[in-house]
Design a protein. Structure first.
Length: 160
């Protein structure tokens, strides 16, 4: 039986049989940095932070999905600039007991508007509270995933 090593939402990694994968979910995320701050969302099911973005719907490009997700989660209109990275991930979402195979696309973005959604306006079941966080106050472990790479880009303009 083939096994995969999956990142677990509540922390760490765990081995799962490939046969347990329930969903394939490509998703796209955007990084917006302004005046030494980065735009992030809180997660409803953990203390972690994440970038705005989410699942790509059938027929959408990665850029179209990112523009839609940004608007739903933050209220901002954005310009999608450079693609920074494309990653593959196996992810176990323990709140729903669901194993997911995903491709993650990360982009640098520029805001075209500046008024963030109020907390009750956020249209997302996982994310809430869009806020500008001082980059200097963040550490990689504050993020649900890819914190090291996100912070490196926010600080240096390079993805590593």
């Amino acid at each position: 039986m083939k096994m995969i090593n999956a990142r677990v939402f509540s922390g760490g990694h765990k081995q799962f049989p490939v046969s347990q994968i329930e969903k394939f979910r490509p998703s796209t995320y955007g990084i917006v940095v302004h005046e030494q701050k980065i735009l992030l969302l809180s997660n409803r099911n953990s203390a972690g932070l994440s970038l705005p973005g989410g699942g790509i719907e059938l027929g959408e490009t990665t850029e179209e999905a990112l523009i839609r997700e940004f608007k739903e989660e933050t209220g901002l209109d954005i310009q999608v600039n450079q693609r920074l990275a494309s990653l593959q991930d196996f992810f176990y979402y323990d709140p729903k007991d669901q194993l997911v195979h995903t491709f993650l696309f990360f982009y640098a973005c520029t805001p075209l508007s500046w008024t963030l959604h109020t907390d009750h306006e956020v249209d997302d079941e996982e994310s809430e509270r869009p806020r500008w966080f001082p980059i200097a106050d963040l550490t990689p472990d504050r993020f649900i995933s890819n914190g090291k790479e996100i912070l490196n880009f926010a600080k240096t303009g390079t993805w590593q």
